[in-house]
Design a binder for this molecule. Structure first.
Ligand code: NAD
Ligand code: IPM
Ligand code: MN
Length: 356
């Protein structure tokens, strides 16, 4: 029997609500497997910060390093709550985890589900994967302000792109494309951001030369938002920087049927620290505490975690349960009215009916 040690960070708002359902679904998926997940819950987020003044203590970070994987909900304060400055938990907790644990591959798979309607005019299916760089770009915190509060204030956030950082995520994207439909789209803005854009483009050209089985094209970020709405079938693997990838994957979530169904995996590709599995969405203060958040993104992220741990049978069961359940709700036009726990219940019972 294999045992895996999982850190659970529910976080803020709907984070703990959706992670609780993901955990129930994980347990159901592993029921007849020769594998056990042992969970350790970490109470982190704005509540912890208000109580202790700490976001992520060094000792906690060291403990987190010992786990096989991290299941993460969401963090972020309600904008109405004036006690918590913007960015405290986003930067010093979530981004600190991604940076310290070297989550340089941020995978955000996007697909349509049979029966689930999308806001797009055409109802054709699509299935693409965004490989977002996770440790560099404008997220590094390399900024500052001069003459703050004066009319001559200058604020900067310098985007850092290293050859090492770009090469490793581009290399990963090419490998993933090779085992999918064999196409990569580099999304950037090299017509304006010539230095960083040039580095990304050269890196993609070099990898393309080594991967004759993978074709590629380039798209500016602004045009990519058009094509993602007008013709998302054209994408297989998108590789892009940290900020463009952030924005593009909220759009991807929306066009695939809803942000509540968009999973992600923050991967340490070298395996030197645990990877983290989290919905694309945030803490959704507008619906927190009402029991109405869609847990599907967290459930699918948990499925990505099982796949990462090599538990492919159980991972497949989660995916199949979600797909069949979504389509059944669609047939009955029932999905939209359901609460978080009702959806979790349905996924759990659906998994129990699956025979491999
Ligand atoms: P958000 O993703 O929390 O919410 C955007 C919209 O989507 C809201 O209308 C929300 O109700 C809806 N939504 C999100 N998840 C949903 C779900 N599972 N089911 C149904 N509806 C859902 O983004 P925001 O409002 O920009 O940010 C809120 C807070 O979350 C901020 O503090 C932000 O910094 C933080 N945030 C955290 C993460 C993260 O922890 N990974 C990601 C994004 C935003
Ligand atoms: C996401 C979130 C985070 C990001 C924030 C909360 C730091 O929006 O995971 O998409 O920008 O990466
Ligand atoms: Mn985001």
């Amino acid at each position: 029997n294999q045992t895996f040690s999982i850190a659970m960070i529910g976080g803020d708002g709907i984070g703990p609500e959706v992670v609780a359902e993901a955990r129930r679904v994980l347990d159901a998926a592993l029921e007849n497997e020769d594998a056990t997940l042992r969970y350790t819950a970490y109470s982190l987020g704005t509540g912890h910060w208000l109580e202790t003044g700490e976001t992520l203590h060094d000792e906690t970070l060291e403990k987190l390093r010992e786990h096989d994987a991290i299941l993460f909900g969401a963090v972020g304060a309600d904008p109405q709550d004036k006690r918590i400055p913007s960015g405290v938990v986003e930067r010093d907790l979530l981004l600190k985890l991604r940076f310290e644990l070297d989550h340089y591959i941020n995978l955000r798979p996007t697909r349509t589900y049979p029966g689930v309607s999308t806001p797009l005019a055409a109802t054709d299916e699509f299935d693409f994967l965004v490989v977002r760089e996770g440790t560099e770009g404008p997220y590094v915190g390399n900024g500052g302000s001069l003459r703050r509060g004066t009319e001559h204030e200058i604020a900067t956030e310098v985007s850092v792109n290293t050859a090492h950082g770009v090469q490793r995520v581009v290399a990963d994207a090419f490998n993933r494309a090779a085992s999918r439909r064999g196409h990569i789209t580099l999304v950037h803005k090299h017509n304006v951001l010539t230095h960083a854009g040039g580095l990304w483009r050269r890196s993609v050209e070099e990898h393309a030369a080594r991967h004759p089985e993978v074709s590629w094209n380039y798209m500016h970020i602004d045009a990519a938002t058009i094509h993602m709405v007008a013709d998302p079938q054209r994408f297989d693997v998108i590789v892009t920087d940290n900020l463009f990838g952030d924005i593009l994957t909220d759009l991807a979530g929306a066009v695939s049927g809803g942000i509540g169904m968009a999973p992600s995996a923050s991967i340490n590709g070298a395996g030197t620290a645990p990877s983290m599995f989290e919905p694309v969405h945030g803490s959704a203060p507008d619906i927190a505490g009402q029991g109405i958040a869609d847990p599907t993104a967290a459930v699918l992220s948990a499925g990505l975690m099982l796949e990462h741990l090599g538990l492919n049978g159980a991972a497949g069961r989660i995916e199949r349960a979600v797909i069949t359940q979504l389509s059944e709700w669609a047939e009955r036009s029932a999905g939209t009215a359901l609460g978080t726990a009702e959806r979790g219940d349905a996924y759990v019972s659906r998994i129990k009916t699956l025979t491999d």
